[in-house]
Design a protein around this ligand. Structure first.
Ligand code: ADP
Ligand code: MG
Length: 394
């Protein structure tokens, strides 16, 4: 168990809190503030418990330079609105300077300030000790609450904890609870659903999960590499050449480990990668040479839904088809609806899978939707994330 902000007596202390305020912007307008909303419970807890609060985050990829289009100024404004109290933005092209230090020192209990985009400094992503120390000196305790960057050892996610004690905020606590429980202590049967585009990216996850799951369900673009490995022709479907041998290995490994490994039995294949393309349903052994598989077929949906009905824990990473196009969103939607209905702990990891579930309006029907795409994948791989490792144990 990792320490959280609840394990600290905040009276007279300043929290330096790493958030994920990497919000989509249109000019200086925030087009989706879900990440800001998500950070509010931890910030409010700190305010109510007498901490002074210095917030930090990255935004986009300014690549170590002060670029105004990546300024966190709009975030400070939105935070001020959401919290109903002033969140002082203290900008600096070098992120931490004497003005920033003075502002942090002057903060009183319950006051909140935000410093500039930590990626204005190249030292951030290099996990530079001097920059880490500069950040640490803005307060007394490091609060890690940016799960989405916790798989990166950066100054503001990892290095800072060399200088001051680290605890987690509520977002990280929740990620560890649901992702951690699902992977390490699941109620069984435990099913994982893997989809998305590339096999190669997800092989380590599949390999790790094969030791843990009872059922492994494959969909999406990666299925075709498995079909190819089984000797089927896949037409113009997505093929991950580099992942081909690995797919064969996975098939063998699943058999050795006695995991129920499920591949689609039928697919929806189209002439081209377009929503309005002509398309039909094919059994996996009869995909025409000139067509590409863009979704799982109706038999597969039935098969997968049946298999998932008995599951008590489900982890889902990667859509079943090209869900961005309505024509090929049917399989992904059906699986999302299935997960929404079953009596199981359902955990969604992966940026596109989370987007798909949100698109179908089913987000609140899932037990947990991870806020970190890459981070949740590495977590599922069984890798200890550097930004989590630094958080003190109870
Ligand atoms: P996640 O972000 O949930 O981890 P990925 O990034 O691995 O998922 O994969 C998502 C992408 O995979 C989506 O953009 C989707 O359109 C694409 N995809 C799914 N099925 C197919 C397919 N059959 N052919 C091509 N692309 C696909
Ligand atoms: Mg993705």
């Amino acid at each position: 168990m990792k320490k959280t902000i609840k394990d600290i007596n905040w009276t007279g202390k300043t929290a330096v809190m790493r958030c994920d305020f990497n919000v989509p912007l249109d000019g200086d307008k925030i087009t989706d503030d879900i990440r800001i909303q998500a950070a509010l419970p931890s910030i409010k807890y700190l305010i109510e418990n007498g901490a002074a609060i210095v917030l930090m985050s990255h935004l986009g990829r300014p690549k170590g330079e002060a670029k105004p289009e990546f300024s966190l100024a709009p975030v400070a404004k939105r935070l001020t609105e959401c919290l109903g109290q002033d969140v002082k933005f203290v900008p600096s092209d070098v992120v931490v300077d004497d003005t920033v230090r003075a502002a942090a020192k002057e903060l009183k209990a319950g006051e909140v300030m935000l410093i500039e985009n930590v990626r204005y400094r190249a030292e951030e992503t290099k996990n530079d000790p001097a920059f880490s120390k500069d950040l640490s000196e803005l307060g007394d305790i490091f609060v890690q609450d940016a799960f989405g960057t916790s798989h990166r050892a950066h100054a503001s996610t990892t290095g800072i904890a060399d200088y001051i004690p680290a605890v987690s905020g509520f977002l990280i606590e929740k990620e560890l609870k649901f992702l951690g429980e699902a992977v390490n202590n699941p109620k069984r049967p435990f099913a994982a659903i893997m989809g998305g585009a590339k096999v190669k990216d997800k092989i380590p996850v599949i390999t790790n999960l094969l030791d843990k799951v009872d059922i492994l369900i494959i969909g999406g673009g990666m299925a075709y590499t498995f079909f190819k490995a089984q000797g089927y022709s896949i037409g113009t479907s997505l093929l991950d050449e580099e992942g081909l041998d690995l797919a064969g290995d996975i098939l063998k490994l699943a058999e050795e480990k006695g995991v129920k490994f499920m591949l689609p039995v039928d697919v929806v294949a189209a002439d081209e990668f377009a929503n309005d393309s002509a398309h039909d349903v094919y059994a996996v052994d009869s995909i025409p040479d000139n067509r590409m598989g863009l979704d799982i077929g109706p038999e597969t949906i039935k098969l997968y839904s049946d298999a998932l009905k008995s599951a008590k824990t489900v982890v889902w990473n990667g859509p079943m088809g090209v869900f961005e196009m309505d024509t090929f969103a049917v399989g992904t939607k059906a699986i999302a609806e299935c997960l929404a209905e079953i009596d199981a702990t359902t955990v969604i990891g992966g940026g596109d899978s989370a987007a798909a579930v949100a698109k179908f309006g089913l987000a609140d029907k899932m037990t947990h939707i991870s806020t970190g795409g890459g981070a949740s994948l590495e977590f599922l791989e069984g890798i200890e994330l550097p930004g989590i490792a630094v958080i003190e144990d109870m």
